[in-house]
Design a protein around this ligand. Structure first.
Ligand code: URA
Length: 205
């Protein structure tokens, strides 16, 4: 690999990690994606959000959570009284994984190999930022950070302690809310999501 794990573990500033991640060739996804989409936010953030991987729009923009899921996420943050600018937003995997059809690039779930390959970057973000609470958006982030397979419904909506001693909270991924076909269910699930965000923010008091 271009950037060995050992070197990543030695980087001390967020700016330097983000820069190093731009040229990461640890996994084959780098060759297909437009660019690395690194986390974004303050080095002093006390709240960190971890998604799955950049989507089509994020891949083009080079910024996390700016597409449809990101817009829903922004709305929920606002409703929960959280300023996105005060937080740090990142993904488990920093490249968009997709398959091509003649007209579209279709999201493919990141697998264990990609998650493992990308883990040193997320570890570096957590080590440097040391957030008081890490919110895991969906099953990919939750399994990656808890180091085991996770059932969201079983583990969501409560404060847990992560291996590094920080607080963690598992909740659904905003894309899941976008996919719910029924309006009543969608509203109810969205409200639960906002409540989870409030619960996580409660760790900062
Ligand atoms: N979904 C994610 O998990 N992350 C993004 O950045 C966008 C959509």
């Amino acid at each position: 690999p271009m950037v060995p794990d050992l070197d990543i573990a030695r980087i001390t500033s967020l700016r330097a990690v983000a820069l190093a991640a731009k040229t990461c060739l640890i996994c084959p996804m780098a060759a297909h994606a437009t660019q690395t989409v690194f986390g974004e936010g303050r080095e002093t953030a006390r709240m960190m959000f971890v998604g799955e991987q950049p989507g089509d729009i994020e891949d083009r923009a080079g910024r996390p959570f700016v597409g449809p899921a990101g817009q829903l996420f922004d709305r929920a943050l606002h409703e929960a009284g959280i300023e996105r600018d005060d937080t740090y937003v990142t993904n488990t995997v920093k490249h968009f994984k997709f398959r091509r059809t003649p007209t579209r690039r279709i999201h493919e779930k990141a697998g264990p190999a990609e998650i493992a390959a990308c883990a040193p970057w997320l570890a570096a973000e957590r080590r440097i930022i040391r957030p008081a609470v890490v919110v895991m958006l969906g099953v990919t982030a939750a399994s990656a950070l808890l180091g085991r397979s996770v059932t969201i419904s079983r583990e969501r909506s409560r404060i847990i302690t992560l291996a590094d001693g920080s607080n963690g909270l598992v909740t659904v991924h905003p894309s899941y809310l976008l996919r719910l076909p029924d309006e009543t269910t969608r509203t109810r699930e969205y409200d639960r999501f906002v409540n989870d965000l409030r619960l996580a923010a409660g760790c900062l008091d």
